[in-house]
Design a protein around this ligand. Structure first.
Ligand code: ZN
Length: 320
């Protein structure tokens, strides 16, 4: 039995004598444990949409992290994505997104609470705080060691899911970019980790151009711990997790706490809070410009047309 009272249904071997236990009841993610429950594996499971984050997916992800946190057997949590990419960011307009936003019987219930009924800037501020910001901070402070296993594209809000983990392991094909500046006229995502992860100047460059960095550069920045081939990524991430799972739980958490409290003392959490409010100001600007229709900019404002999926260029040193 691996988690809080939920019966595992799907049991299969991973080839090393360790059974996988799956927890049912999720629509947009998968939750499994391996190694007698010592490692939890959460898989974002909207592969056709490149794991674009709907409200349903984010609420399920929160529940999955809570399952792992509540389970005293779990020492390490791996967060990964099914399909071609880890996550292409927030879902802006798939059928699932439209359905769960639109009033009616299929609306996601979280649009009717946490400020969702208030309207205007107040609604957006409260909803984004709960479902894009505070949840990400909570996952960053999870009482377990977390590893993001990323591959393919990690765009904008996809970065938030990688950054809130303690360690990041990347497939060699991984591309990291925040395109909301050039495509949506926004000053970055809600959880503004950019200067801390990329460095201040690189953060400005990447946000002002929408250009990307690859796995090797992310490794040289210290953002990524390991880079593996696509074929090796899953197995090697589990091997890495097994090494970390050997560390007794007390020092493991205290190591995490010491580092997190150090960067908090350097201003990390306060800066995140401040930048979330700046982000809300940016949304309010576009809402006013568009008469309340949209909370972001469009091609009419000189931005790239994100619906046409313009190519994301690498931030090459010799290309203007
Ligand atoms: Zn936002």
């Amino acid at each position: 039995m691996s988690v809080t009272g939920v019966s595992p249904v799907d049991r299969r071997s991973d080839g090393e004598g360790s059974e996988r236990h799956s927890v049912p009841g999720f629509a947009y993610i998968r939750y499994e444990t391996i190694d007698d429950g010592r490692i939890a594996v959460i898989t974002l499971d909207r592969p056709k949409q490149h794991n674009a984050q709907t409200r349903g997916l984010l609420v399920e992800l929160g529940a999955a992290f809570e399952l792992a946190e509540a389970d005293d057997a779990v020492r390490v949590v791996i967060l990964r994505g099914a399909g071609p990419s880890f996550s292409a960011g927030h879902d802006l307009g798939s059928a699932d997104d439209v359905r769960e936003r639109s009033p009616g019987p299929d609306q996601h219930p979280t649009y009717q609470c946490n400020g969702g009924t208030f309207g205007g800037v107040e609604s957006r501020n409260r909803q984004e705080w709960h479902f894009f910001f505070e949840n990400t901070k909570r996952w960053r402070n999870l009482r377990k060691i977390t590893i993001a296993q990323v591959h393919g594209t990690v765009l904008s809000a996809g970065l938030m899911l990688a950054w809130c983990c303690d360690l990041i392991v990347a497939g060699e094909d991984t591309v990291f970019a925040d395109v909301v500046g050039t495509r949506l006229g926004m000053c970055g995502v809600e959880y503004f980790g950019h200067p801390w992860e990329f460095g201040p100047r690189k953060a400005k460059e990447l946000l002002l151009t929408g250009d990307s960095i690859g796995a090797i550069e992310a490794h040289s920045l210290g953002m990524v711990s390991k880079v593996f081939s696509s074929a090796e990524l899953s197995d090697h991430t589990i091997e890495f997790a097994r090494r970390i799972a050997k560390v007794p739980t007390m020092p493991a958490l205290l190591i995490k706490e010491s580092v997190n409290q150090t960067v908090d003392a350097m201003g990390f959490s306060s800066a995140l809070d401040a930048c979330f409010k700046i982000h809300q100001l940016n949304h309010a600007h576009w809402a006013e410009i568009t008469g309340g229709k949209l909370s972001y900019g469009t091609v009419e404002n000189g931005l790239d047309d994100w619906r046409a999926a313009p190519e994301i260029l690498p931030a090459a040193m010799r290309r203007p």
